[in-house]
Structure formats: C-alpha cells, structure tokens
Design a protein. Structure first.
Lengths: 719, 81
C-alpha cells in the first residue's frame, strides 16, 4: 500500500547500473518519452525502479499501480522520461486502468514503449505485446523474471522471439538488476532509430467487408496509425478513438467512415469482436509454442501449491489468517515496549523539564509554555507512542504483502463479499485501507462496476488505518492487557486489537450488504483474481520501503498535525475567561454527551481536533487530560508505556481523567467507527465526484459509532 | 463443434485435467474478453488448483498461472470431455 504522496521520495544511491544516471522527476527537458507497459505481477514496478532509481513499493499483487507513475534516467547523454502505465492484461477490455494505458500509447505518442513480460508466463503476456504492437511500432520487449524461469526449467529463445516480432527482446531479472544495462541500450537505440511502419502480426481472418473498409481508412486517415487497428476500433464504435480522430481529421471523410463502420457493426454483431480477440490469443499461443521450451521440474510448482493448500485450506484458512495477524500484533505490542520506554524517558522524562527550564530563562513564560508544554510535548508523545509500534508493524505487514499473501486473503474472503453483493477485489482495497484509507479508496479504481466501487469506497473507513493502530495498541496494552497478569498481557492485548480489526471487517460486510440491498441495489458482478507465485521477500527493500513509505510518512503526517494541535491545545487550556479556561468550557459542554457514549468530554474534543489526522488522538487526549486535571506525580522509574507493572505514568494520567475499562473499550470502538480523516474525505470526493456520497461516507460511520458506543455504555452500566 | 460432449469448468474435480473447448456464447463482450485475457482460451489445458474455504471461488491453473473465478464465470467455460 504505497501511500500516494509518499511515492517518488528518494533517489537511490546504490545501484548496479553503470554509465547511467537517475534523474529526479523535475523540470528537466527530456529527449525521449518512454512508456512502460505490462501485465500485472510481471515485476514491471521493479523494472521502473531499477531504471529510475525511485524506491516505489512493489507489492506482489495486481492492481497495485492504479495511476501513471513518472520518473527519468539518462543514458548515452540523452535524457529519458519514463512513464509507468497501470498493469493490464489487455488493451481491449476498456476497464479504467486499460483505458489509461491505451490512451497514453495512442495520444501520449511515446518514442518507445517497453512491454515487460513474465518469462514464466510468456504466452499469456504475449497478448499484450501483440496488442501494443498494433498501436505503436517502436517497441522493446523486456522478458523479466528470467531468474524464476530458469529455476522452473523454462527456456526462452529470445533471438527467435525478436525475429518473429521484429523488435529487440531483452532478458532481465529486475529484482537483482540483471539485464538492465542491455535494456537501456535497447531503449536508447530504438528511440534514435527512424520511424518504422506498424507491422501487423495477426491474421484476423477478417470478413471481406472489413478488409475493404480497412483499405478505405488507409487512404483517408493519418499515416502514423495502423489503419487496420483504427478501422476495427471504428467498427466497434470505440468513443475514445473516435473523439481522437475527430480532433485530428477532416470531418467530412471521418463522418463517412463512421457511418460505414456502424453499418458493418450492425451486420457483423458482437461475434465479430470476440472472433478478433480470439485470433489474437491464438497468435500469442502460436508464437509462444515456437520460442518457449520447458524441462519438467515439479519441485517449485509444488512449493506454491503446498503454501496455497495451507493458506487457502477449507478449515484452516481463517484460523491461519487470524493467527498470522494476532502474531503480528503480539510482536508489535511486546516489541514496542522497550524502545517506547526509552523514547519516553528521553523525550518526556529528561528533555522536557530541561527544555522548559532553559526556555524560561530566554523567553516569556507564556511562550515557553506554548512551545515546550504545548508543541514539544505533543510531538514528543507522538514520537514515543507511535514510532516504535509502527517501525515494527509495517515491515511485518510488508513481508506478507511481498510474499503474495494479500491476494490469498482476498480469495478467502470473496465468498462473503459476494454474499454482501460486493466485488471480490474489495478485499484488496480493504487490505490497503489497513495501511491508509485514502490509498485504499484510490485503489478502488481496480473495480470496474461503479456500484461496487462506491460500496468499496464508503466502507473503506472500517479498515483500521495506520493512524488508528497506535491508539488501539496503546489502549489495549494499558487497559485490556492490564486485566490479566504481565505474562499474558501481550497476547491478550494483541487479541483485543485483532478483535477490533475483525469487527471492522465484519462491519464492512454488514454495511456493504445493507448498501447493496437498499440505496445501491444490484447484482454482484464478476470476479477474477490472479494468485501470483509466492516470492521470497526482499528484506532490504522491505526495510527501506516500510520505513520510508510507511513509518516515516505516517510519523511525518502526525508531526505536521501535532505541532499546530499542540499549540491549539495549550492555548485553549491557558486562556481563561471568568476564571475558567476555554478547554474547560469545551469540556463542560461536551462531557455530558461524551459520558452518554461511555467516553468523556476530552475524547470528544480530541476527535474534533483530530479530524485532519487520527494519529494525534492519543497525544491530544493526554495533553488535555494533563492540562485540565493536572499532571500526576511521576512514579519511580516511571515511563514504561507498554508493560503492566510500570505503566504508572500513563495510567495515572488516565485515572486522573476518570477513565474506566468502559472508557477504554468505547474509545477503541469509536476509533474504529467514526468519520474518516479530512485527507480521506477529500479523496472520496475526488473518486466519486459527488458531494452527496462524500457527505454520506463521512457521516454514516460517525452516526454508527455514536449508536454503537451509546448502546455499549447503556448495556455496560446495567451490569 | 459438438456441444453435447462439453461440460462446464465448475464441475472439474480437484487434480483433474481437461482442455478448454469453448467459452459459452452466453458470455459476451467485456466479460468474455476478460476471460480470454486471463488465458481461458480454447485449446488450453486447465486444472483445478485450489477449492478454497467456501468452494466458491475456486482457483484454476491455466497457462502457468493460478486464477480464481466465481462459479458464475466458471460455468461459462466449457471443457472437452
């Protein structure tokens, strides 16, 4: 789940590519534009990263790149701009991502198009090569994952392939950097070579009527496009192509062609188009038969199958899934203990008083309060409470992602999504939501049906995101883990956090089902999902991406919002009107409502302050509680955040605020079920283009959260 | 093509192999092309790889790739017996 704004952050210093320089995507003038096309799961993102040096996250599942990414490199004194197109199986199906890819090939007029194919699945990948070669002639074929093919006993005769296709074919293993220099060479020489005619490779066995129509198109339309391809699109009535032609050509001729095309379409019907598609696949199979040879090796095939028999098992699939996530949280909760204590001792126990003392000597007391007690303390809390769990949790999550486990989760859950009238790929966007809801919502573009896309968008907020994990982990460790002895507390807290996450998944199903039975009625559409081969995770890459893309990104966002929030909290707590601070007035105003929900006034204020970012809920609660109820005396050796015998400091703050187990449980529930953060709301608006659905997506979970916490509080108080 | 001799992919048993004969003519347009894109092309060898926790969707191995399909789609894919 590479967060959209975090992609493209750094350029890599260590790279095996010699004689070439990576260029940051800035205002440089480019000599050539290169587009990168390919099926999902072919390692296309790795090729892109190797060429540009961008450390974009490459997850092992399809639909990961949903929009175009751009980067650049220079080679032989020329500057190349590289555009990474969404991974697509074809250019014929006109789903959203295929449209982006096709439109760029047509209208972007790249100088060279590199088609990345998976050496272990050449036949299926050749479909796309053939389709791309119908649109543009300057193509370089990159046969990637050649190392995996060798392991599987697959041999590809690239010379033969190159002579059949009449374009350069380069073998690469982008993960290790093999063949990248040769790829750059091929790209550069193709870019500098003169225009070449499009060489149709497919015999469609076309009707006479169509053949003469193609001749007509050939005479009257632009020379740089393949007339056969254009003619077939006109017959299909393809609107993008027709609009493109309308902008370019004399209207009289074009109108005549369009009329002819429509006539032919009516005569031939749907079967014609399907026949064209099938001849394409036949041709791909034919070429693959000539260039691929295979020695039978069963060992590796069985490895994938063995893992799948376990992860997708009839009885064990779900227990294993829960166990994996529980183990992840348990490691997070218990591993974050020591570093959090250390950071807390350093930043809050030692630095804070020292800084305060120093500040008072050089500035007015109020300013020292604002800067040190407000801004610094909030920020210090964010760092010590959030950084360690994130730095442990995200790498583990990334390992599962890179291994290829996420599509398996989607596979296991699909049946329930189908029952809920939703799309199976919603499971993938839901998983992404566990990282960042805004990223999850952007990823719903992989769902073709607008109805199901909307359901996925509205319910994505029930995936517990990065910003909310730390709240859950902290509150669970303190209050739920605290119910049992120190020995069990880690496991019990992990189970509690998993419980909340699972509740979020259950809510996703319930709300999706409710929506598809009421306001978003409709039949579930189709579902197809590739289960890619398991790939051994690349640990260095994981450490890098999970740290830069996720941990630092989330931390940075938290800090950006924590600084002004810290200042605001300090101001409202220190400006007095009639002997009471503004915060106290607000607290008095919200407290009855908060108590009704089993929460309190401070939590309600914190959730209002935290609309820009969920990350600052806990720091805001701590700050406000300290400022309104006073800082309790710190105990001996205090400051341990996650272990029961020594959580005195935080627990003292919470008990000063009058917290009970009910407050903790309801905070965990409300953290799961409330309005999305402002970034997510904005993303919902961008994706739906509808004010109505944006408001609905924002308010529905808030109302639901209020109802749930209210009910829990009333029932709790009965006993 | 003799349609009486075909049976739908949905009925394929675990570990059993077959050859795709055709895609039902009821499956049209985008949905049909998507199946072809994924490698469910007449003449391809196919086997049931994984049944999954609910028996729907099931994952099939075709053209070197494992692809999961819901029952509605696997009904459209007709195999030669």
């Amino acid at each position: 789940m590479s967060t959209p704004s975090a992609a493209g952050c750094a350029s890599c210093q260590i790279s095996p590519i010699y004689h070439s320089k990576k260029l940051k995507n800035g205002n440089e003038k480019w000599d050539y534009t290169i587009s990168l096309a390919g099926n999902p799961n072919t390692g296309k993102s790795s090729v892109f990263n190797r060429l540009t040096g961008l450390k974009q996250h490459t997850g092992n599942w399809s639909g990961k790149t949903v929009a175009k990414n751009e980067g650049g490199f220079s080679f032989a004194n020329k500057k190349f701009k590289l555009v990474d197109l969404p991974g697509t199986y074809s250019l014929l199906s006109t789903s959203h991502d295929e449209e982006i890819a096709r439109d760029f090939l047509l209208f972007g007029q790249p100088d060279v198009t590199v088609v990345v194919v998976d050496a272990t699945r050449l036949e299926r990948n050749l479909n796309l090569v053939l389709q791309v070669m119908e649109v543009t002639s300057k193509v370089v074929v990159c046969v990637n994952l050649i190392d995996e093919a060798v392991k599987k006993g697959i041999h590809i005769d690239t010379h033969k392939l190159s002579s059949i296709l009449n374009v350069p074919v380069v073998k690469t293993a982008a993960r290790s950097g093999r063949g990248m220099y040769e790829l750059m060479e091929a790209i550069a020489s193709m870019a500098e070579s003169p225009e070449r005619p499009i060489n149709p490779l497919i015999d469609y066995g076309l009707d006479k009527m169509v053949v003469s129509f193609i001749e007509k198109v050939k005479k009257s339309l632009l020379k740089q496009h393949n007339p056969g391809w254009l003619a077939l699109r006109i017959i299909e009535g393809d609107l993008t192509t027709i609009n493109y032609l309308k902008n370019l050509t004399n209207n009289g001729t074009l109108e005549e062609l369009l009329r002819d095309g429509e006539k032919i379409k009516n005569i031939l019907g749907d079967a014609h188009h399907d026949k064209i598609a099938e001849s394409l696949f036949t041709r791909a199979g034919d070429i693959a038969g000539k260039v691929v040879s295979k020695k039978n090796s069963v060992r590796l095939k069985n490895m994938d199958h063995m893992l799948d028999s376990l992860f997708l098992h009839k009885f064990w699939a779900f227990p294993i899934m829960l166990l994996l996530f529980a183990i992840m949280f348990w490691i997070t909760v218990s591993g974050a203990n020591a570093p959090s204590t250390w950071l807390y001792n350093l930043l809050i126990e030692s630095f804070h008083p020292t800084l305060k003392a120093a500040a008072i000597t050089i500035m007015p007391v109020w300013l020292a309060g604002l800067l040190i007690d407000g801004m610094y303390l909030t920020t210090a809390w964010v760092v010590s409470v959030m950084l360690p769990p994130m730095a442990i949790f995200f790498p583990m999550f990334t390992v599962l992602e890179d291994l290829g486990y996420l599509p398996r989760v989607a596979f296991n859950l699909d049946h329930i999504f189908k029952k809920a009238g939703a799309h199976g790929k919603q499971a993938m966007t839901m998983m992404m939501g566990f990282g960042c809801n805004a990223a999850g919502i952007t990823a719903t573009r992989i769902i073709d049906s607008p109805r199901e896309k909307l359901i996925a968008i509205i319910t994505n907020n029930f995936s517990l995101c990065n910003g909310r994990w730390p709240t859950q982990i902290l509150i669970a460790s303190l209050f739920i883990g605290g119910l049992v002895g120190a020995y069990w507390s880690g496991i019990i807290s992990a189970i509690a956090v998993v419980g909340v996450a699972v509740l979020g998944i259950i809510l996703t199903f319930i709300i999706s089902g409710a929506l598809s039975k009421t306001v978003l009625k409709g039949k579930p559409s189709t579902f197809n999902l590739e289960l890619p081969s398991y790939r051994p995770p690349n640990f260095l890459q994981i450490l890098y991406t999970s740290f830069i893309d996720r941990t630092l990104f989330v931390l940075w966002r938290a800090l950006v919002f924590a600084l002004p929030a810290g200042a605001a909290i300090w101001i409202i707590s220190n400006i007095n009107v009639d002997g009471l601070s503004i915060a106290a007035y607000m607290h008095n105003f919200f407290n009855p409502f908060g108590m009704l929900l089993g929460l309190n006034g401070i939590i309600i204020i914190a959730y209002i302050v935290a609309i820009p970012a969920n990350e600052i809920v806990i720091p805001t609660i701590l700050m406000l509680t300290v400022l309104l109820h006073g800082m309790p005396e710190a105990g001996q050796g205090a400051g341990v955040l996650f272990e029961m015998e020594s959580t005195e400091d935080l627990m003292k703050i919470f008990s000063a605020g009058g917290w009970t187990l009910l407050t903790a449980v309801n905070l965990m529930l409300f953290s799961l079920i409330h309005n999305p953060c402002s970034t997510t709301i904005y993303t919902i608006y961008k994706e739906t283009g509808s004010v109505k659905w944006t408001i609905f997506s924002a308010l529905m979970p808030l109302v639901l959260g209020i109802l749930v916490t209210f009910t829990v509080a009333q029932v709790w108080r009965m006993f | 093509m003799n349609y009486e001799e075909t049976f739908p992919l949905t009925t394929l048993k675990s570990g059993q192999r077959a050859v795709i004969r055709s895609i039902s003519s009821e499956c049209k347009g985008l949905e049909r092309r998507r199946l072809l894109d994924l490698g469910f092309v007449p003449g391809s060898e196919i086997e049931l790889a994984i049944t999954g926790p609910f028996s729907d969707p099931k994952a099939y191995k075709v053209k070197g790739t494992v692809i999961a399909l819901r029952k509605e789609q696997s009904d459209f894919i007709l195999l030669a017996s």
